[in-house]
Ligand binder design. Structure first.
Ligand SMILES: *[C@@H]1O[C@H](CO)[C@@H](O)[C@H](O)[C@H]1NC(C)=O
Ligand SMILES: *[C@@H]1O[C@H](CO)[C@@H](O)[C@H](O)[C@H]1NC(C)=O
Ligand SMILES: *[C@@H]1O[C@H](CO)[C@@H](O)[C@H](O)[C@H]1NC(C)=O
Ligand SMILES: *[C@@H]1O[C@H](CO)[C@@H](O)[C@H](O)[C@H]1NC(C)=O
Ligand SMILES: *[C@@H]1O[C@H](CO)[C@@H](O)[C@H](O)[C@H]1NC(C)=O
Ligand SMILES: *[C@@H]1O[C@H](CO)[C@@H](O)[C@H](O)[C@H]1NC(C)=O
Length: 758
């Protein structure tokens, strides 16, 4: 099993990374021409397959437009053979100049923007002799058919080399079908969801047609007898898809299965969504054609017999068991109705799943990705995601797959902000240690979405979950309304006297939200946060973990000089002074931090009586000297900026001592992070100044020397690398890969020159 998912479990391939980088930073490699289009700066010649891959990447990542597609105008540098411009936004002019000059074998232009119509594309393609004869596969799903009836119309008929044509979800009528059916070599035709009413023109393809897909032909005006009369003459047909998700009452499937000897070459038949299909009829049909490899039976009443289990060489889509459902998700990923149906059945299976199933999660993700704005798909998919990644199951899933799935969940939350059940499914799935801690996704966006949800809802269970997610994610999200909501939760819990997970998560979130954010700190004060937090301290005097979080937040407030006047209140200082003597070092530490910030204010600014300040400073100094070394990191800092002013307070060694102790603490617990940070922020100069200052207290000097030693050791170990060097390394990688994968000597020589330059 495991080799199936190697691609998700292992990192992205080097080629992929390089293409992603080139396509996202195209400007770096290009010059801009007068008409705004880009042109590669270096005369590099891309290996042919890489050119196809680059175009496809740019298209699917939404980076292909009139300007960027310009790089493909040069057919020597970037030679396209299998061009994919799916969902691109380009004009017909840009298409003509950049795509049509290539000797294409294939073109997939599914769902490009409406300005590029089917007539535009046909006009562009049939203007080139090479394409009229050489183009073999053309995919135009979901495009606009604006003006096929124009007098000088260009049509499919001129693309004589076409073997495969796909025009599903297009306003395509009988005249268009007649045109397509004049193609001499056409083997494969997909006219799903078009407006064709009569299929008689298909008889023109009697000699060549092998694959016929006509899912959901909504306008068909033929009786079953007429339809079968046409189909029965397509004797070479190997694949026939007459599925329909509108549950038509037509009995065409039933009649087809019962017609003796019809379509003898058939190996694949899809009748999903058709009524009156029975296992017995399917069995008889398959037994008559032993080469059959596929039957589509989703949303029929068939598929429940053993011989249709889908386990052997006969693949089956259906709802009878996991194999059939997964087959349906795989085959029908672009068909909204079927995806919803399959997900619905999958959900009932996930109740009993005990092992991690990345293969299934991937299929769910595919359905979500293809139908972002279909509520029923997102609803069923998010429920499946939750069940498939619940608790330990998440640890069996590859990180990159989870990253993709999480991003899709966020998309869904954004698209349907007011749908309770969907939001709930997504929050439930997000609330996972594995996802929140280890998986790459846009955490900023996630925190914003969860916050929005929290602001609009009061459901108790969901609230706990949302707050838990926020407390881990919210490092950077600032939002006054959300602050109010979080304070509201603290108020509720405190008046209930309830110490529970919600309270702890909420306090953590608030602590994180106020970190180095003076505006949020001010909002906190304006919303009576200080009074509330004093009440919390009084309500839970024995809960060190609560006290720590409350004091941690108050430290953030105390870092904002303009707010000191709010904190210089006798009762508050008395309370904090008591906590300074707490036996728990993490409580004492944060109490000391508040006092250090407040007493650092000079005598002229200090608004309470001066003897109090002196007493507090003495207590501070002696408390710090008694602290044992904590076992773990008590706190995380974003920068050392709040500490530097404290280090300069030579008149108040207690204040300096606290700042130095804090620096020494984090630097010794996590040197990689904090020594680098301290060096970058100019800590060496600051600490040197403290060490060499004549008035420095010996306790402070000792700590400063300790930290300086750590910094020097750290410096010796890592000599810093610059952003510039890193970028060159990336360029180097790209060229190396291009060099390695290219097989032509001339290409190799060109890259060798480039590599030498770097
Ligand atoms: C084309 O796409 C690139 C990359 O996304 C973007 O920087 C540029 O502004 C776009 N140009 C036009 C004309 O839309
Ligand atoms: C069917 O095709 C029409 C265009 O003719 C399109 O608007 C519609 O979304 C398509 N339906 C589905 C289910 O894709
Ligand atoms: C699918 O169903 C068949 C019976 O219809 C059963 O034999 C087979 O084991 C099932 N497969 C799975 C994966 O459940
Ligand atoms: C899947 O979800 C359903 C409904 O929420 C629940 O009853 C079931 O226990 C879940 N299964 C697993 C494996 O979590
Ligand atoms: C994740 O999404 C990206 C972009 O949509 C896709 O290229 C990649 O294959 C996906 N990876 C997995 C593991 O699904
Ligand atoms: C606060 O945010 C940081 C990220 O900056 C995160 O690592 C930490 O876990 C958060 N703290 C709490 C208590 O949630």
């Amino acid at each position: 099993m495991s080799c199936l998912f190697q691609d998700e479990a292992s990192p992205a391939s080097l080629t992929d990374l390089c293409l992603a980088l080139v396509s996202s930073r195209l400007q770096i490699f290009c010059v801009k021409l007068a008409d705004g289009s880009l042109c590669l700066r270096e005369p590099v010649v891309f290996p042919q397959e890489l050119a196809d891959q680059l175009l496809c990447k740019m298209a699917t990542e939404g980076l292909l437009n009139d300007s960027t597609v310009g790089i493909f105008r040069s057919c020597q540098q970037l030679r396209l053979r299998r061009a994919c411009i799916r969902t691109a936004r380009i004009s017909s002019e840009a298409f003509r100049r950049a795509v049509c000059p290539h000797r294409l074998l294939e073109l997939d232009a599914s769902r490009v923007n409406a300005d590029l119509t089917i007539p535009d594309i046909l006009r562009g393609l049939s203007g080139s002799k090479a394409l009229r004869e050489g183009l073999q596969r053309l995919v135009l799903n979901g495009l606009t058919m604006l003006s096929l009836e124009e007098p000088s119309r260009r049509c499919f008929g001129s693309l004589r080399g076409l073997r495969a044509l796909s025009i599903s979800n297009v306003d395509f009528y009988d005249a268009g079908l007649a045109d397509a059916c004049s193609l001499p070599r056409l083997e494969s035709l997909d006219i799903s969801n078009t407006s064709v009413t009569n299929l008689t023109p298909l008889l023109g393809l009697r000699a060549t047609l092998r694959y016929l897909t006509m899912h959901q032909l909504k306008r068909l005006e033929m009786s079953t007898t007429q339809l079968l009369a046409v189909l029965s003459q397509l004797e070479g047909l190997q694949h026939l898809d007459i599925s329909d998700d509108k549950q038509f009452t037509s009995d065409v499937a039933q009649q087809l299965l019962a017609a003796p000897g019809i379509l003898p070459e058939l190996v694949s038949l899809d009748v999903s969504g058709r009524k009156q299909v029975t296992d017995a009829a399917v069995r008889a049909f398959v037994e008559e054609r032993p080469g059959m490899t596929f039957v589509g039976l989703l949303a029929t009443d068939a598929g429940f017999s053993d011989f249709l289990s889908g386990e052997g060489s006969l693949k089956v889509t259906g709802e009878a068991n996991e194999t059939q459902i997964c087959e349906a998700l795989r085959r029908y990923s672009e068909r909204e109705g079927f995806v919803r149906e399959a997900l619905f059945h999958l959900f009932s299976l996930t109740h009993v799943m005990e092992k991690a199933r990345p293969d299934i999660l991937k299929l769910v993700a595919l359905g979500m990705k293809n139908h972002p704005s279909t509520l029923n798909v997102q609803l069923a998919a998010s429920a499946c995601v939750f069940n498939l990644t619940k608790q330990d199951l998440a640890f069996g899933m590859p990180v990159r797959l989870l990253g993709n799935v999480t991003q899709l969940l966020l998309e869904a939350m954004k698209t349907f902000p007011n749908h309770q059940q969907l939001q709930k499914n997504c929050l439930l799935s997000l609330c996972s240690d594995r996802i929140l801690q280890e998986v790459p996704f846009n955490r900023f966006e996630a925190a914003k979405l969860v916050m929005q949800w929290l602001c609009n809802h009061e459901d108790q269970n969901m609230q706990r979950m949302a707050v838990a997610i926020i407390s881990i994610l919210a490092a950077k999200v600032r939002c006054p309304r959300c602050l109010q909501q979080l304070l509201h939760i603290v108020r509720q819990k405190t008046s209930q006297g309830a110490v529970d997970a919600t309270l702890k998560f909420t306090l953590s979130a608030l602590w994180n939200l106020t970190d180095e954010s003076p505006t949020t700190c001010r909002h906190f004060i304006e919303n009576q946060g200080l009074e509330l937090f004093i009440k919390v301290l009084e309500s839970f005097p024995l809960e060190a973990s609560i006290q720590q979080k409350v004091l941690g937040l108050l430290n953030n407030i105390a870092e904002v000089r303009e707010l000191h006047v709010e904190l210089m209140v006798q009762g508050f200082l008395d309370h904090i002074g008591t906590l300074l003597h707490s036996p728990e070092v993490e409580v004492s530490y944060f109490a000391a931090g508040i006092l250090a910030h407040l007493t650092s204010r000079g005598e002229t600014v200090w608004t309470l009586d001066l003897p109090l300040r002196t007493t507090l400073l003495e207590q501070l100094h002696s408390a710090i000297l008694k602290w044992p070394t904590p076992e773990c990191e008590m706190v995380a800092y974003r920068s050392f900026n709040p500490f530097f002013p404290l280090l300069e307070c030579f008149q108040t060694p207690g204040v300096q001592l606290w700042a130095a102790w804090a620096m020494q603490h984090v630097c010794s617990k996590n040197a990689a992070r904090y020594c680098s940070m301290l060096l970058e922020e100019g800590g060496l100069q600051q600490l040197d100044a403290v060490r060499s200052h004549p008035e420095t207290h010996s306790d402070v000097r000792r700590l400063a020397e300790n930290i300086l030693d750590s910094l020097h050791r750290h410096q010796a170990r890592y000599s810093g690398s610059t952003g510039h060097k890193r970028f060159d390394a990336k360029l180097f990688l790209i060229y190396t890969v291009l060099y390695m994968v290219s097989t032509e000597t001339i290409v190799k020589e060109r890259y060798a020159v480039l590599l030498a330059k770097i």
